[in-house]
Ligand binder design. Sequence first.
Ligand code: KG4
Ligand code: ZN
Length: 348
Amino acid sequence: MADEPLVLGIETSCDETGVGIVRGHTLLADAVASSVEEHARFGGVVPEVASRAHLEAMVPTLDRACETAGIALSDVDAIAVTSGPGLAGALLVGVAAAKALALALDKPLYGVNHLASHVAVDQLEHGPLPEPVLAMLVSGGHSSLLEVTDITEGVTPMGATIDDAAGEAFDKVARLLGLPFPGGPHIDRTARSGNSVAIDFPRGLTSRRDLERHRFDFSFSGLKTAVARWVETEQRNGRSIDVADVAASFQEAVCDVLTRKAVDAASSRGIEDIMIGGGVAANSRLRVMAEERAAAKGIRVRVPRPGLCTDNGAMVAALGSEMVARGRRPSALDLPADSSLPVTDVLV
Ligand code: KG4
Ligand code: ZN
């Protein structure tokens, strides 16, 4: 609808420079410039390289988003930006750009939480979020279960990883299997021709004792070590590694724990909808297993399309748009970039 506010969102928390433009829940543009290839040879994101890439990509990405949406910057009603959490220097580039735009255009500025944006983006694809919804966010930097009663102010953490993030585990295991960075998509692809029950890898924090203290928490570092040991032992014994079987068995272990705990968390609160976001939500096995397990408990699952699961500007615009729609007060122009912003701080 033309009378809904036009919101521009800027995301620079990691290695993607994203600029998204939405009107209400309608996505008009989602321009992303990624510096992932510059980090590939280091096997992980190098913060200084990411910050410099954001600086170079910001204006061209803004231009591209406006062109795609068929708008001029002066048409925008509000600016939203990821204020945190993320890499400090990277966040700073986006926050500085958003402040400059807000000031120059004399439009309200909303500094929003990156994690909450991963949840809000689903509205662009599947319409208004059910409330409450259980959100499982799984990416290179985070793995958390959140109870969301109102995406603009009511996000309660239920559990999180106590060591590696789910995507980090995918990336590390891919590396030891000789697959390129980022490893998630490669493991996903390779696993399709493998046997997921070939190797019985451990399921972290699922023993009865662990469940008492960590019912909704995750741990993936033991799994990563188990994969490394298994590969080492096979090589020592002169056996060749079936990469597809290792990838499939590893992926099965991750997806098993994630989906089991997400469904348990939703059931425990009587929540009937699960939303999965973050880069790992693009995983094909995770999607299928989540659907099956949730359906068995009468729970619905919403997963945005892969391009909206990984970091992008549309998700920030989506949350900003919701802030405007619900009349939340805009941020101050001295809004900070906060690398360790807690998930409960949805609007800064
Ligand atoms: O959300 P994202 O783009 O960036 C942040 O970390 O915030 O997520 C990137 C992560 C990487 O670890 C990548 O390996 C993982 O998401 N990933 C996947 C898949 N696609 C991306 N993991 C498993 N399966 C996939 N298909
Ligand atoms: Zn993210």
